[in-house]
Design a protein around this ligand. Structure first.
Ligand code: NAD
Length: 356
């Protein structure tokens, strides 16, 4: 039996970094069947839509999706704006695939510790931000201008079901880690936050093997800088998660190296998910073999962990990444004096050689 992976390489450096991630997945020896499909600007050019129906169909028929990146200056002014790659491909892909749980690990890679803006050991973090991705103020209705444009309205809505399903995923992920969840809200002000806290507290009582605490968003933003090591899993709603996940990424100092997963409900006993680097299509270096493929490769490791529960191979990849960096092998973005500069492809090869 083989697992089917939809590979959506996309634009800019997307194809270069995705090729290395696929190579690494093949090197695990797991029976994967990869199928490519168009997404983003290239899909708009060739098919007239940034998310062609056949791409969406392929994703729905697959066990997991590996995405590169979409967008670039060529498509910035496409009209209507709904046909631009980021809006016309990424948002509908998330909603069509029901990817409601965004998982962003922020883990400092030891050999790159000096890149963290927090000096010394303070920058050594290993946490996961779990962000609700399909609800809250980014999606609530009404969203409109009133009084001839002089007043603007956004609406924040959460249902019990929406909070429950992401909280349950956070419990599952916490169980693979230190078993500590900090649920972040603004329960002193917002009604949606009071519901959020109520539901998470109830689930905490039913899952006593995981420690659950609550923190207000303003305090959490501060604590992340003051003492980031206190966090294991941060569970939060859409907008707070948007901000906190970027803040946490920055502490690692290597924004370009970070992977992410967007998860849905289990399908055929496996957690369906889309895996992608958090960086964009980097049009400034596209096609030059200068891109760092590590975020894409670590996204592939997340796929092994979350969708295929293959913790062994996920760890093999993570260890190989750390070893490669430890040995001073670097792509241009993280190059420093005394290290060895390699291309995108050579970095992929170096990881595979070290996958013992
Ligand atoms: P970006 O992440 O593409 O690039 C920012 C800077 O980081 C650039 O200098 C780039 O060269 C560098 N960089 C990024 N990834 C790198 C890598 N793997 N290796 C080496 N250097 C890397 O962000 P941007 O410039 O703001 O956006 C460029 C395009 O990507 C835009 O069209 C934007 O909309 C799109 N974008 C797409 C996604 C996505 O597909 N999920 C996410 C963010 C941005």
């Amino acid at each position: 039996m083989s697992f089917k992976i939809a590979v959506l390489a996309g634009d800019g450096i997307g194809p270069e970094v995705t090729a290395e991630a696929v190579k690494v997945l093949q090197a695990t020896g797991v029976a994967f069947e990869f199928e490519n499909a168009l997404i983003g600007g290239i899909a708009y050019d060739q098919k007239g839509h940034p998310l062609p129906p056949e791409t969406l169909d392929l994703c729905k028929q697959s066990d997991a999706v590996l995405l590169g990146a979409v967008g670039g200056p060529k498509w910035d002014n496409v009209q209507p704006a709904s046909m631009r790659p980021e809006v016309g491909a990424l948002l509908p892909l998330r909603s069509e695939l029901n990817l409601y749980a965004n998982v962003r690990p922020a883990k400092t890679l030891k050999p790159l510790l000096q890149a963290s803006p927090l000096k010394g050991a303070a920058g050594m973090i290993d946490l996961v931000v779990m962000r609700e991705l399909t609800g809250g103020i980014y999606f609530g209705q009404p969203r409109e201008r009133r009084d001839g444009g002089k007043t603007a309205v956004d609406t924040c809505v959460y249902s019990r079901h929406e909070v429950e399903r992401i909280a349950l995923q956070a419990f599952a992920i916490a169980r693979t880690r230190r078993r500590e969840i900090v649920s972040v809200d603004k329960a002193n002000v917002l009604e949606t936050s009071r519901l959020w806290r109520e539901v998470v507290t109830e689930l905490g009582a039913k899952n006593p093997d995981v420690k659950v605490t609550h923190m207000l968003i303003d305090n959490c933003a501060m604590q992340l800088i003051r003492n980031p090591q206190q966090f294991d899993v941060i569970l939060t709603e859409n907008m707070f998660g948007d901000i906190l996940s970027d803040e946490a990424s920055m502490i690692t100092g290597s924004l370009g190296l970070l992977p992410s997963a967007s998860l849905s409900d289990p399908k055929d006993g496996r957690l369906f998910g889309l895996y992608e680097p958090i960086h964009g299509s980097a049009p400034d270096i596209a096609g030059q073999q200068r891109a760092n493929p590590l975020a894409a490769i670590l996204s592939a490791a997340m796929m092994l962990q979350y969708t295929f529960s293959d913790l062994g191979n996920a760890q093999r990849i993570e260890d190989a990444v750390e070893k490669t960096l430890q040995e001073g092998i670097r792509t241009a973005d993280i190059f420093e004096k005394g290290t060895k500069l390699v291309s995108t492809k050579e970095m992929g090869d170096a990881i595979i050689q070290r996958m013992t």
